[in-house]
Design a protein around this ligand. Structure first.
Ligand code: SAH
Length: 395
């Protein structure tokens, strides 16, 4: 096996089981490995630290599959099967507990499988293989998933930006089993959603918001709900089914709104209000017309991809929360989110506090929110935590 030796003093994160090795930490490589090839990582003295996948095109040069003792064995199909089995074991009973047939089964680094994301939508598994190492070991991982879950299809949605940074082309299509239906119907408790596994965002749906959708729905009875950045309707459809007095969905994307409309009908609900437009403008227009809502949901896309864009992102979050807060009726609620990993919860809270001050509203946090538990987080990999939110009472 080819050997990657780290510079002196650069082995600490690896000893602490952090799965990334940046190019600057690499001292020597015995022979140039192929993209995704498994390499042995050692410290400056040559002591073995782990086994990882070589990514020649990425700043993250090695992603570790195994650390310490675990790295003694071979990285064969059995290794990847054991990793998949462990990921499924962590989620044992979750589908029943959350009363759903849609679950994240593999959450990349946090499940010891860097670059690999797998979501289950009923009988269909959708996988993203974002790195050279994930790509190289795809067949073994897919075979294990198929055997262990009994899914009918494994479909690939490796059309993520991260692949470009790895020098990989996007890859979309059937990996195993039968061609999945155009739209897969899933349920979250009593709510049903159609998921477009071929065209939908990410693997098709925002499963990370499942528990938060439930919380919003539980607060929605009799309330006028604004679902800003609604995508395929998630929060608003759940709220309407739970007895919201009225629901207004806003999104830029016509196909997303079309799907939101179908999801409304799928749940036997009367037509909601669907507005295609820019949330920043539409919320100003509501304000100008003195329109108010009793429950406002703000779930914008990632405003910051990296720490460098954090300042601009913070302005975006401040603006949107200021606009949103102005629309909340006295005694109403705000559910506000940030899915930018580069923005930590304390900073997000500060931005919402500034928005509240500027809006002249007293805002109290009833609950702090995060990504659903199937989006497992590892203490060794803080980068895996990204979705944060606040459920607030607004005076
Ligand atoms: N709340 C959704 C997920 C939101 S994803 C759910 O639970 O499923 C973010 C959405 O914001 C996308 O659908 C995207 O089309 C939309 N979007 C991005 N920028 C926007 C803008 N400025 N105005 C309106 N919608 C926007």
């Amino acid at each position: 096996m080819k050997l990657v030796r780290l510079k002196p003093g650069r082995d600490r994160p690896t000893r602490h089981r952090h799965p990334w090795i940046f190019s600057g930490a690499v001292d020597t490589v015995s022979r140039e490995p192929e993209p995704g090839e498994t390499v042995l990582v050692a410290d400056a003295e040559g002591r073995a630290l782990g086994l990882g996948a070589w990514s020649p095109a990425s700043q993250i040069r090695v992603r570790l599959w195994a650390f310490g003792e675990e790295a003694g064995g071979a990285l064969d199909d059995g290794f990847f099967d054991a990793r998949v089995a462990a990921a499924l074991a962590v989620r044992e009973g979750m589908a029943e507990r959350f009363d759903t047939d849609a679950l994240r089964l593999v959450n990349a680094e946090a499940d010891g499988l860097p670059g690999v994301t797998v979501d289950r939508y009923g009988d269909v598994l959708v996988g993203q293989f974002a790195t050279a190492g994930a790509e190289r070991n795809k067949a073994a991982i897919v075979a294990s998933l198929l055997a262990r879950t009994g899914a009918k299809s494994v479909y690939e949605r490796s059309d993520v930006d991260a692949r470009r940074r790895e020098g990989l082309e996007p890859a979309v299509g059937l990996l195993a089993g039968e061609e999945p239906p155009g739209r897969v119907v899933i349920h979250e408790g009593p709510v049903r959603f159609e998921v477009d596994v071929r065209e939908g965002h990410k693997t098709g749906f925002y499963l990370d918001q499942r528990e938060n959708r439930r919380l919003v729905a539980a607060a929605a009875r009799g309330r006028r709900v604004l679902n800003a950045f609604c995508y395929t309707g998630g929060f608003g459809v759940a709220a309407q089914l739970a007895g919201a007095a009225a629901v207004t969905h806003v999104d830029l994307s016509a196909p997303a709104l079309g799907q939101a409309r179908r999801n409304t009908a799928l749940n036997g609900l009367p037509e909601a209000e669907f507005i295609q437009g820019n949330v920043f403008q539409e919320l100003r227009a509501f304000r100008d017309r003195a329109r108010s809502f009793d429950l406002v949901v703000l779930d914008p896309p990632k405003f910051a991809d990296a720490k460098a864009q954090a300042a601009k992102a913070l302005r975006g979050y401040k603006d949107i929360n200021l606009l949103g807060l102005k629309l909340v009726s006295p005694g109403g609620a705000l559910a506000t989110f940030s899915c930018s990993g580069a923005i930590d919860p304390a900073t997000f809270r500060m931005v919402v506090a500034e928005a509240a001050r500027d809006a002249g509203r007293r805002v109290r946090i009833l609950r702090e929110l995060r990504q659903a538990p199937d989006h497992v987080e590892s203490l060794d990999f803080p980068e895996g935590f990204y979705l944060k939110g606040l459920f607030c009472h607004v005076e």
